[in-house]
Design a protein around this ligand. Structure first.
Ligand code: NOJ
Length: 768
């Protein structure tokens, strides 16, 4: 029944009263005190009551989300007509309030908008990029970071973060490896759940939190050749055992929304993929949240050669289970769905089913009661000093010490009177933050140069030379969208002069700290590469500075492993700082000078060369296993640094591994216990890692799989007993022979240690 026929016989006043009653009647339920989640049934009832009053147009309107780019007028008109359920990329609280006012005051049923944004690793306070947070091997770091991000975003009126990105990536050519937790499903799952907790708090609608959105469902990280947006071909075994687990972990952690991916998965576009969005997500995993498409991904179904036109694209995505379409200027849903209902291709009930989770989230987030934000408060929240402290600590915990020959690090503060800080990233605020940092206050971003200047204080003269310029071969469309103007390209003569100035500075200084890597736009979306060399002339700069014979420390800012073979042999100290965020410079200075001790570990296998890709530790082994490291005749087939690797200023010993039992039945659990001891004279962290190998089964199993980890802080010479357990969850896998999950009778190896090459060994058996 449409709106006209329903209300046709009653007067305007009576209609207004009715609408008021419908919208305000269930208010009581949502007024739960802070800390108390709303009652599920009350939420559903309220949504049902709303749906009863909504016209078909209003129902379809809720399913569209647009970017707030371009002129405001058309968007304002659409909001006022109830043609949109959501906007993204509005970050000014005053503008958010303005749009919200239109939604709440001008539309018949006063349904608020939900505002989304890419809050990936911070909003105003930028935290280390996600791959860095994974390198902390400390889920608490990720939870804290995303709760700060949520608090800041929510304070300006953003209700929905398009994060965490849970795509496993085993090909670092893919630029978006920086946005995820790396190559491993176990670490990825822990980081997934941790981030969901950070964004959403204890429940959806927790004070100062936002709705999280796991993305990109699913398989985007396996884009062929690492080429962003290209198709993925993933076997069922890899899907279930590697690519899907982080998403499942997020669902178990209560994530309220999911974003469908751009690419074809085994020829079927993820955004039209009923198997992914219905069978796996909703049926197997019981996900009851909302699915939003990636930007313009619904319309792209036509470009994929899948849908014959836009109307079919809308229908395909809708039927597959995409509740809301995200689009740049118009949605296929708004064009295609009204006709599809009219001609009977879909029913009004199906539209309502798609609306339900969207409206539910709006109710849960309290948007009906509190649609507006307090602009003055947002300024206070964004200025919170504790947020910056949390960002510094996160950056300190995320850094990975790759090399420290001759114990050059930590630097002794009074040992140097002149320090050269050299490199194109050393004093670049944008490049200290990494991609997906839009709302950052650049003025307060601490570069490595300024962090070091501050740290050395009057004790040393800290001088700077850029040395080389960085530039993408093909420009990034993000630079165009956000109007980032690259600095004018140097003439060959300017380039030569600057290079010699940098080398001379190194010559005349007691110590050089080189800050090299990738500029912010070289890593992230649409930032894939076919090589891993240090971009531009950085390798030449590195080698020339090293040739001065003065001590050199290399600090890397980047989002993927790079080809640093030469540095790994010739540069005594290398610190992987990733893109460390707002407080990055202070964190790096603390780490280099020993006020913080590196304890991060690699969440990815670090290849020697791009030709080894894909390379990951949890590979299977087949013929000639003893020659695993000699698969190529022109280069070792081992990594430069293994997964889980990272040094410290201290050293550790693992010992005394004990199992509660050496034989169990399927479904039973084994407790694992071992000691880790700090054998050095400084307090430091070690990440205890547990790997298993199933020796036989219905299919071949990886040589090693991470199944437990804990970042342990130990005082100098301190020792701790660590407990982990291995149960059904850790010992089951999806077997392509059985086409299902199995836990099989077999012998298992267990290794304990500080990286994926851990050597402390024991074993057990699962018996029938
Ligand atoms: C495209 C990206 O793939 C996705 O991750 C992001 O959330 C949306 N654009 C919105 O910006």
């Amino acid at each position: 029944m449409n709106r006209k026929s329903r209300f046709g016989r009653i007067g305007t006043f009576a209609r207004k009263v009715l609408v008021f009653l419908v919208v305000s009647a269930p208010v009581a339920f949502a007024q739960t005190p802070p800390g108390v989640p709303p009652d599920d049934q009350a939420v559903r009832q309220r949504v049902d009551a709303l749906l009863k009053e909504m016209s078909l147009d209003e129902k379809i309107g809720q399913l569209s989300q647009l970017f707030a780019f371009g002129p405001a007028q058309p968007l304002e008109d659409a909001v006022a007509k109830g043609q949109l359920g959501s906007l993204l990329f509005v970050t000014d609280p005053a503008v958010i309030n303005r749009y919200q006012h239109l939604a709440v005051e001008k539309t018949r049923l006063h349904i608020p908008l939900i505002f989304g944004f890419d809050v990936i690793h911070g909003f105003r306070t930028i935290f280390p990029v996600p791959i860095a947070m994974a390198a902390s091997w400390d889920p608490a770091v990720a939870t804290k970071a995303q709760s700060v991000a949520a608090r800041e975003a929510r304070s300006v009126g953003i209700d929905w973060a398009f994060a965490p990105m849970l795509d496993i990536a085993r090909d670092p050519r893919w630029g978006r490896i920086v946005e995820g937790a790396g190559e491993d499903p176990y670490l990825g799952s822990a980081m997934a759940a941790a981030q969901v907790r950070g964004f959403q708090g204890d429940y959806i609608g927790s004070l100062d939190h936002v709705l999280a959105c796991m993305k990109h469902f699913a398989g985007y990280g396996a884009a062929e050749g690492g080429r962003d947006y290209d198709a993925s071909y993933i076997s069922d075994s890899q899907l279930y055992n590697v690519y899907l687990p982080p998403f499942h972990a997020a669902v178990k952690a209560g994530v309220g929304s999911a974003m469908s991916a751009y690419m074809d998965l085994n020829d079927m576009p993820a955004t039209g993929n009923t198997w992914l969005l219905q069978d796996v997500l909703r049926q197997d995993w019981k996900f009851s949240g909302l699915v939003v498409s990636d930007a313009d991904a619904v319309k792209s179904l036509e470009k994929h050669g899948y849908a014959k036109d836009l109307s079919e694209a809308a229908l395909d995505a809708f039927k597959a289970g995409v509740n809301m379409e995200m689009a740049l200027d118009f949605t296929a849903y708004s064009k295609g769905l009204p006709a599809a209902v009219q001609n009977g291709q879909i029913t009004v009930e199906q539209i309502e089913a798609a609306d339900r989770p969207i409206l539910e989230m709006k109710v849960r987030l309290g948007l009906f009661e509190n649609p507006y934000v307090d602009e003055a408060r947002s300024q206070q929240v964004l200025a919170t000093p504790e947020h910056r402290t949390a960002a510094r600590l996160a950056a300190e915990r995320s850094a990975v010490l790759l090399r420290d020959q001759g114990k050059l690090l930590p630097l002794r503060k009074n040992a140097y009177t002149s320090v050269a800080v050299v490199g194109p990233l050393a004093d670049s605020q944008v490049d200290t933050l990494g991609s997906w940092a839009f709302q950052e206050d650049l003025v307060e971003t601490v570069t490595v140069l300024s962090g070091l200047r501050d740290k050395f204080g009057a004790g040393a003269r800290v001088s700077y030379a850029q040395g080389v310029q960085l530039r993408r071969e093909f420009p990034s469309f993000f630079d165009e969208i956000f109007h980032l103007k690259p600095e004018p390209v140097w003439t060959p003569e300017q380039a030569r002069n600057e290079m010699s100035r940098a080398v001379n500075l190194a010559k005349s200084s007691d110590l050089t700290i080189l800050v090299l890597g990738e500029a912010q736009n070289m890593s992230g979306e649409a930032a894939s590469r076919e090589s891993f060399g240090l971009p531009g002339e950085q390798e030449q700069l590195l080698e020339a500075v090293s040739a001065t014979g003065k001590p050199v420390v290399l600090v890397l800012l980047n989002g993927r492993p790079l080809d640093i073979k030469w540095a790994a042999q010739h540069v005594p100290a290398i610190l992987e700082a990733w893109y460390p965020g707002t407080q990055g410079g202070n964190a790096v200075a603390n780490l280099l000078l020993g006020d913080a001790v590196p304890g991060g570990k690699l969440p990815v296998t670090w290849p020697r060369d791009v030709g080894q890709v894909p390379i990951y530790y949890a590979h299977n082994t087949t013929q000639s296993a003893e020659n695993q490291g000699k698969r190529y005749w022109d280069e070792e087939s081992t990594p430069l640094f293994p997964f889980g690797y990272g040094l410290s200023y201290s050293s550790f010993i693992f010992s005394d591994v004990k199992l509660s039992r050496t034989q169990i039945k399927p479904g039973e659990t084994i407790e694992v216990r071992f000691d880790v001891e700090n054998t050095g004279a400084v307090a430091a962290d070690e990440v205890a890692q547990l790997y298993i190998h199933q020796r036989s089964g219905s299919v071949s199993r990886p040589v090693r799989e991470l199944k437990g980890f804990e970042r342990v802080t130990l005082p100098a010479h301190g020792k701790k007993t660590v407990h982990m357990s291995l149960g059904k969850q850790e010992l089951s896998y999806w077997s392509s022979a059985k086409k299902g999950w199995v836990e099989e009778p077999a012998a298992f190896d267990v290794w304990i240690g500080g990286d994926s090459e851990a050597s402390l060994h024991t074993g057990f058996e699962i018996a029938q």
